[in-house]
Design a protein around this ligand. Structure first.
Ligand code: ZN
Length: 257
């Protein structure tokens, strides 16, 4: 799953690679096409950005939203450069003057007015630690509202904090020293603050590494460390599937209370 920082790093790369292009042709295979794709013809590419795990490509007053989920990918090719996979398998092709942008396997490709795409995302997503609209207070408020739920499961809810996926939530809770099974109502104000702060720090750290093309494995304390020992206290890291989200969960029960 592409988490917020990975999506952002991809958006930064696409902004650079497709910069200066104007749409000369567009082919889209999607049910979420709310304006005539032809309307994008001759429009300039104004860069790409993210909200949560969504990548948005801007073309003047129009935009394309892409969600890569597990298997989607975006590529920018020089004209004439051989494609990675046959074009028939592409869900989106935007042909510019010198380059083409191709999206494969993404479950969501949506074309609409720029404002409509942004409004829909803003109304459904919580604050995103990687955008200017980030607010620690709002993030904490959103967490506290789910008092009966487990902190480990609500961190995956994109309406609480946008962009957090399974790797991040495991690492965030380790850094905040909070057990994923804790009910939100049992958390102290300090613990909620620590969780929110860890979200912010880790998202930014992940992004920094991804932009440099570096892996994140070095800074993982619990995620995917089956039968590993805690780097802080030396205890065994416990692995289980957390209910009801059924996601891989790693915890040091000595460090996380
Ligand atoms: Zn530990």
């Amino acid at each position: 799953m592409v988490e917020g920082p990975t999506a952002k790093a991809i958006a930064i790369k696409i902004s650079q690679k497709f910069e200066g292009e104007t749409v000369k042709d567009i082919i889209v295979k999607s049910k979420r096409v709310f304006i005539e794709p032809k309307e994008l013809l001759n429009k300039k590419f104004n860069g790409s950005d993210t909200l949560g795990k969504n990548i948005i490509l801007f073309f003047e007053d129009n935009a394309i939203r892409v969600h890569l989920m597990m298997f989607g990918s975006i590529h920018v090719y020089e004209m004439g450069e051989p494609l990675l996979k046959p074009l028939e398998r592409a869900r989106l092709l935007v042909e510019g003057v010198r380059k083409k942008l191709v999206v494969y396997n993404a479950p969501v490709v949506e074309i609409d007015r720029r404002e409509k795409i942004l409004d829909r995302l803003m109304s459904t997503l919580g604050p995103d630690p990687l955008t200017e609209g980030w607010s620690r207070e709002k993030a904490a408020e959103n967490i506290i509202r789910f008092e009966r739920e487990k902190i480990g499961t609500i961190l995956l809810d994109q309406s609480v904090i946008a962009g957090i996926g399974n790797i991040l939530r495991n690492e965030i809770l380790f850094r905040a020293k909070v057990h994923p099974e804790r009910r939100v109502e049992s958390l102290s104000v300090e613990e909620v603050k620590e969780i929110v702060l860890a979200c912010e720090r880790l998202c930014r750290k992940f992004l920094e590494l991804k932009v440099k093309g570096k892996g994140i494995k070095e800074i993982l304390y619990v995620y995917n460390r089956y039968r590993g020992k805690c780097r802080i206290c030396g205890e065994n890291i416990k692995f289980y599937m957390q209910k009801p989200v059924n996601r891989k969960t790693f915890v040091c029960e000595n460090c996380q209370k």
